[in-house]
Design a protein around this ligand. Structure first.
Ligand code: FES
Length: 154
């Protein structure tokens, strides 16, 4: 589906901006919102490109640069931090051979930090795309990442 076809699914009302940005990002194989898409969304809603850009930059779930197919967001808020999320982040960095904020060479994963995911009772926690993973350990990280790699090979 083209950028215009995606945007035309939404009424040209400003309250649709977040839905439009989500749809544009989800439709892009590199999981981000392009300059062209920002411009098209602004044109559709009758607002300036800088307004749309500002909104896209404000929310951490949006990216303005290419990312991997799977977005890993690790909670770095206080409860997870107390429960040694730094060990989890280190395990992810080792397993993926990247640093936080980077994308794997095969384009499969991007590793990011996040605010509280609302899972404090089962911390430490992370999300991969829309799925939550709780009670993380280094061993569990290896299992989860391997399952995504296996799925990608199918
Ligand atoms: S602090 Fe990590 S899920 Fe709430």
């Amino acid at each position: 589906m083209s950028t215009q076809e995606i945007i035309q699914q939404f009424e040209p009302k400003q309250h649709n901006l977040l839905h439009i940005l989500h749809a544009l990002q989800d439709a892009h194989p590199e999981n981000y919102i392009t300059e062209e898409a920002l411009e098209a969304a602004a044109g559709h809603l009758g607002v300036t490109k800088s307004t749309v850009y500002g909104v896209a930059r404000y929310y951490t779930m949006f990216s303005l640069k290419p990312r991997g197919k799977h977005i890993i967001r690790v909670c770095a808020s206080p409860v997870c931090e107390l429960l040694h999320v730094n060990d989890i982040i280190a395990a992810l960095e080792e397993e993926l051979s990247i640093k936080t904020g980077e994308t794997t060479k095969d384009g499969l994963f991007t590793l990011e930090l996040s605010e509280c995911l609302g899972q404090c009772q089962e911390a430490p926690s992370m999300m991969i795309n829309d799925k939550i993973f709780n009670n993380l350990t280094s061993a569990r990280i290896r299992e989860v990442i391997q399952s995504f790699k296996d799925e990608a090979r199918k």
